[in-house]
Write a protein that binds this ligand. Structure first.
Ligand code: FES
Ligand code: FES
Length: 205
């Protein structure tokens, strides 16, 4: 593959992500309020003082102090309290994998995880994978080079699942990759691209 094309796709992908993140963040405050308080304005924990609800989370290597309701999912905390909108909401019911993050290096669905239960474990989102200087994680780079995404909505979850796999199995077979990504649904059907990308990532790590 032509290296200059790879760089151009990479930078294009990053600026596109930044654009999407900005657009989504602009509407996040309204939708988070709707979600958190829909039909349960005085849900468990809502009546307690803010000081009692404060938790310190370790997200992408940083300590983040955040006010968390007892029934609040990690997905809501990440997106609407911490602004980490790279973690996507698909089904919001544990079926699509769009919300996958790493907790203690294990892929989990953030929509099905209560923040209070995992608050003392390290959490990694898609925003935490690139190196501080912006160099993409090898899995991200491989996804770019294999043109993995189509619409890209499922891509953060697919990448996080792949990173989780490669932490415990550096040379997975294609069947093992498919099994690891089985919990990540792609409405565009880009599965072969994703499998190719993870195989390519094993050569970059
Ligand atoms: S949004 Fe979490 S599994 Fe679909
Ligand atoms: S690339 Fe569109 S949903 Fe997967």
């Amino acid at each position: 593959m032509d290296a200059s094309k790879g760089r151009s796709r990479s930078s294009h992908g990053l600026s596109r992500r930044a654009f999407i993140q900005g657009v989504i963040a602009a509407g996040a405050a309204v939708s988070s309020v709707n979600y958190l308080f829909r039909g349960n304005a005085l849900g468990q924990g809502a009546g307690r003082g803010v000081a009692e609800r404060l938790l310190t989370l370790t997200v992408n290597g940083q300590q983040r102090r955040v006010d968390v309701l007892d029934q609040e999912t990690l997905l809501m905390t990440l997106r609407y309290k911490l602004g980490l909108t790279g973690t996507k909401i698909g089904c919001d019911r544990g079926e699509c994998g769009n919300c996958t993050v790493l907790i203690d290096d294990v892929p989990v669905y953030a929509c099905s995880t209560l923040t209070r239960i995992v608050h003392d474990a390290p959490i990694t989102t898609i925003e935490g994978l690139a190196a501080p200087g912006g160099r993409l994680h090898p899995v991200q780079q491989a996804f770019v080079e294999e043109l993995g995404p189509q619409c890209g909505f499922c891509t953060p979850g697919q990448i996080i699942s792949a990173v989780g796999l490669l932490k415990v199995n550096r040379k997975p077979t294609r069947a093992e990759i498919a099994e690891a990504l089985a919990g990540n649904v792609c409405r565009c059907g880009a599965y072969d691209h994703y499998l190719n990308a993870v195989q390519r990532a094993t050569e970059l790590i």
